[in-house]
Design a protein around this ligand. Structure first.
Ligand code: CTP
Length: 405
């Protein structure tokens, strides 16, 4: 799903012969989805792991894998593939390609193309942990760093050779985030300070029980990642979820509505935009027990009190901030959402009808209606939450630009 952030950007994706070559397919897909023109260059060994056909089908353009066969790039393919490039990314990068780059060797399609590429270069190594700690490789990395090549440190974990160690190709998310950061997005959100809240809150009943809701956090995490990709400085205030924190985003984990409020109000002083995607608990037990409540035959009555409404507080002291709320409704969706936007003094409300199966809460997909302060309504049909996040951010960019917010 395209959010078009990399539209018009030309990226060379160099893939060398590591088992992690299959992950380059996902990197290609993500960059293409963001609108980039991706030109793939494979080493001969990379083409043994993943075929050129896979890459050419997904990039919709020819793949260069042999410097002596035209392969759709013309007689001087290794040169024309590097024309007008904004960035070259080598992922995964083996010991061999790093050594060739450091020594200036150009003896195959990828190394000759890299020698001709007059653009910033990012290298994401992937290899066995002993190979990664080899001093010759480390020296080559230092040599390349000194010439301005950026490296994305590999991660630790299970390696293809069966051992646990340091050498795994960095997460796709991280690689895509680095690429986005380097290409310096120039949209309205570039450099903006954005707080995103996500997930449920938990309100303790006693030492082992709590009140909560089925929010997965996926919508908020998708917004945080998409805002990061647009060059924003993102703080993600998240209730308990099972999701991996998005790379390049500042995480503030919280548990209760009250903790979320403290974190958001504190951070909002420097924020330009606050997006409250969290499903904040509206009530909490008035007197949570510090020990476990023992079971008896008698029924148990819990006295609940209202939690503080975070958005309402922000709306009372709005300043120049853009405030975005969510309205998860089962009845009179649009009317209720409009009422919430007005009462909480918001700029935009994202309404979703949670009575529809497979939508919103806990789901992978979402369909929402965006209503802004002026009353303009836009429908976002059913799609994955990253794509919905893109539409929400497009709308926020529009508000920011048109209203000078
Ligand atoms: N919200 C908040 N603080 C709360 C409760 C909700 O900031 N204590 C935010 C949510 O993150 C969401 C928006 O307010 O962005 C709407 O929340 P919702 O619970 O649906 O609305 P309420 O105003 O609580 O109304 P109701 O429960 O009656 O639908």
């Amino acid at each position: 799903m395209s959010d078009g952030r990399l539209k018009g950007r030309r990226i060379l994706l160099g893939v060398s012969g590591s088992i992690a070559a299959y992950k380059a397919v996902e990197i290609l897909r993500r960059l293409s989805d963001d609108g980039a023109e991706v030109r793939v260059v494979l080493t001969r060994n990379a083409a043994r792991f993943v075929t050129a056909l896979t890459f050419s089908a997904l990039s919709s353009r020819p793949v260069l894998s042999d410097e002596f066969s035209e392969g759709g790039w013309g007689a001087m393919g290794h040169i024309s593939v590097t024309d007008d490039l904004d960035l070259a990314v080598v992922a995964p990068a083996t010991v061999n390609i790093i050594a060739k780059m450091a020594a200036g060797i150009a003896d195959d399609a990828l190394s000759t193309a890299l020698a001709a590429a007059a653009c910033p270069v990012i290298v994401a190594p992937a290899m066995n942990d002993r190979m990664y700690s080899n001093p010759i490789l480390q020296r080559n990395i230092e040599t390349l760093k000194a010439t301005g090549v950026r490296f994305i440190e590999p991660g630790s974990g299970a390696l293809a050779c069966g051992v646990h160690g340091h050498g795994r190709l960095a997460d796709t998310d991280r690689i895509v985030a680095e690429i986005n950061a380097l290409l310096r997005p120039s949209g309205a959100l570039a450099g903006a300070n954005i707080i995103v809240t996500a997930g449920p809150t938990r309100e303790p009943i006693d030492a082992v029980r709590f009140i909560s809701n089925p929010s997965s956090g996926r919508m908020g995490y998708a917004i945080a990642a998409a805002a990061r990709d647009r060059g924003a400085n993102v703080i993600l205030v998240s209730g308990p979820t099972s999701l991996e924190p998005p790379a390049g985003v500042r995480m503030m984990p919280v548990t209760t509505a009250s903790e979320m409020r403290t974190a958001v109000l504190e951070e909002s002083r420097n924020a330009h935009i606050v997006i409250m995607a969290a499903a904040v608990s509206d009530f909490r037990p008035q007197h949570p027990g510090s020990r476990k409540i023992k079971k008896t035959d008698a029924s148990l009555v819990l006295h609940l009190e209202a939690t503080e409404d975070i958005l309402l507080s922000l709306g009372k002291n709005k300043g120049g901030r853009i405030l975005v709320g969510f309205a998860a409704e089962t009845d009179n969706v649009l009317d209720n959402a409009r009422e919430k936007m007005k009462r909480k003094n918001l700029d935009l409300i994202v309404a979703n009808d949670v009575s529809k199966p497979g939508v919103g809460f806990g789901a992978f997909l979402n369909a929402v209606t965006l209503i802004d302060r002026s009353g303009a309504v836009s429908e976002v049909s059913l799609r994955n939450k990253s794509a919905v996040a893109g539409c929400i951010l497009d709308k926020i960019e529009e508000l920011k630009t048109n209203q000078g917010l």
